[in-house]
Design a protein around this ligand. Structure first.
Ligand SMILES: [Zn+2]
Ligand SMILES: [Zn+2]
Length: 455
């Protein structure tokens, strides 16, 4: 099979992958709880003839599915986790959450199914060509850094390249780095007491959280301007103002452009926590939850993916789809334009890191890695939004998902057909590593934890 045969195969089977994306959307399972989602993907891959290994890296919802033999060995990264509180009626332009449950506000149902479509098409190619493909079932991109745990366990070792995509509002290649991060839980312990009758006998853990957050605000001026600090109070110690709160916990997310700079920021935030404990007569437990690395770009691999993206057909939209896009755009802008990105953005590599993070970064330190964005939602639609959940179960998004699958398939086929392309890709990878090797930012003894375990 050549590329156009594979694209035709993807067109024929588009409804199957749309259905899978729809099922993942319905499951909407959060980080490390993606039991049904992972099972569905594993079952499909097994039926397609892949050798599936479930529960890799000790994570029940992480898996690998491999087909073929020898080299090149190309990895396709799939995600399928949802976000808290973003349930939304599909295809609706009004905020209409049917429940307070999680929703696919980052479109990972599309990501997982589109990557699956790519892996299945590549399998057809490999039926009569040398080479191997592995679909990596990567849980907990949101708040869990599943790939970093998998990388810590060596799951991505030996790959010649890794490819993926992400639903977006534009069509382009991810050509900027991402921020490395640490997520750390600070759990304060105090002494309960009657807040009116005997406050002098109490030691407030909630006060400690408040003072820690104040300390962190003052810290901001004295850390690199590229650093980002965010927090969520995950335990306020209860609902009774007439009780001195004996326990409280705050979850911090610290971000910097270079993973190697994070330990210093981490220690400074730890000092603020310890200071808050000292001020309030409480104690603090510091629990490292997860971390991920910044993305190492790979110029030749990005270019190859860009060439394959530009070779795919532009999408067309029905009048109803255009109307939905315009209505959704009205919820955040008055600027009334054709609602979908029709063009492919030029490939413009930038050394300036973005403002977000992804655990794809960890894979990029293990092997050359590239991914593209495909327009699954109206232009400028914010990420992590009900609007994105709404779009993530529509034919509009499914068509973009299949275009992403074609881009990945085309890139992979080029690498199988012409393994010499990997020489430049490897040289670029080596240059970016600059003598460094991958060190997982997550200490060895830290186990993956679901977000609802962090209370
Ligand atoms: Zn996200
Ligand atoms: Zn995402």
């Amino acid at each position: 099979m050549n590329k156009s045969d594979l694209y035709a195969l993807l067109d024929r089977r588009a409804d199957d992958f749309g259905e899978i994306a729809g099922a993942l959307w319905d499951y909407a399972e959060m980080a490390f709880r993606e039991t049904k989602s992972a099972a569905l993907l594993c079952d499909v891959l097994e039926r397609e003839g892949f050798t599936v290994e479930r529960g890799v890296a000790g994570i029940p919802t992480a898996f690998t599915a491999t087909y073929g033999a020898g080299s090149p060995h190309i990895g396709i990264l799939g995600e399928y986790d949802a976000l808290s509180g973003l349930a939304q009626t599909a295809g609706s332009a009004v905020q209409d959450p049917p429940t307070d449950q999680p929703g696919h506000g980052c479109g990972h149902n599309l990501l997982g199914s589109g990557a699956l479509a790519a892996a299945v098409a590549i399998k057809e190619y490999l039926a009569d060509h040398p080479g191997r493909v592995t679909y990596f079932g990567c849980p907990a991109e949101e708040g869990g850094s599943g790939k970093a745990f998998m990388a810590r366990d060596g799951v991505f070792d030996g790959l010649d390249a890794a490819l993926s995509w992400h639903p977006g509002a534009r069509n382009n290649i991810a050509a900027g780095s991402t921020l490395a991060n640490y997520q750390v839980l600070y759990r304060f312990h105090g002494v309960a007491s009657h807040a009116g009758g005997s406050p002098h006998l109490g030691r407030s853990a909630l006060d400690a959280v408040t003072l820690m957050n104040v300390g962190a605000q003052f810290l901001r001026e004295h850390i690199p301007t590229t650093a980002r600090l965010h927090y969520a109070v995950v335990d306020t110690g209860g609902f009774s103002p007439n009780v001195v709160q004996a326990r409280a916990a705050v979850l911090y997310l610290m971000r910097l452009p270079e993973v190697t700079d994070l330990p210093e920021l981490y220690e400074r935030v730890n000092d603020i926590a310890k200071g808050a404990a000292l001020m309030t007569g409480t104690t603090v437990e510091i629990e490292f939850v997860k971390g991920c690395s910044n993305m190492l770009l790979n110029t030749p691999l990005m270019k190859l993916m860009y060439d394959n993206l530009t070779a795919t057909d532009a999408l067309t939209y029905t009048a109803d789809e255009e109307a939905l896009g315009r209505e959704i755009r009205k919820t955040f802008t008055a600027d009334d334009v054709f609602p979908y990105a029709m063009d492919i953005d030029p490939l413009e590599e930038t050394e300036t890191p973005g403002t977000g993070s992804t655990d794809v970064g960890d894979v990029s330190w293990v092997c050359p890695t590239a991914y593209c964005y495909m327009a699954c939602k109206p232009l400028d639609t914010p990420g992590h939004s009900w609007q994105m959940t709404s779009m993530s179960k529509t034919q509009t998004a499914y068509r973009a998902m299949m275009r992403a699958a074609k881009t990945i398939v085309g890139t992979a086929v080029d690498l199988y057909e012409n393994p010499a392309l990997l020489d430049d890709i490897r040289a670029d990878f080596k240059k970016r590593l600059d003598g460094r090797t991958y060190t997982c930012p997550i200490p060895k003894d830290v186990v993956p934890r679901a977000l609802d375990d962090l209370k």
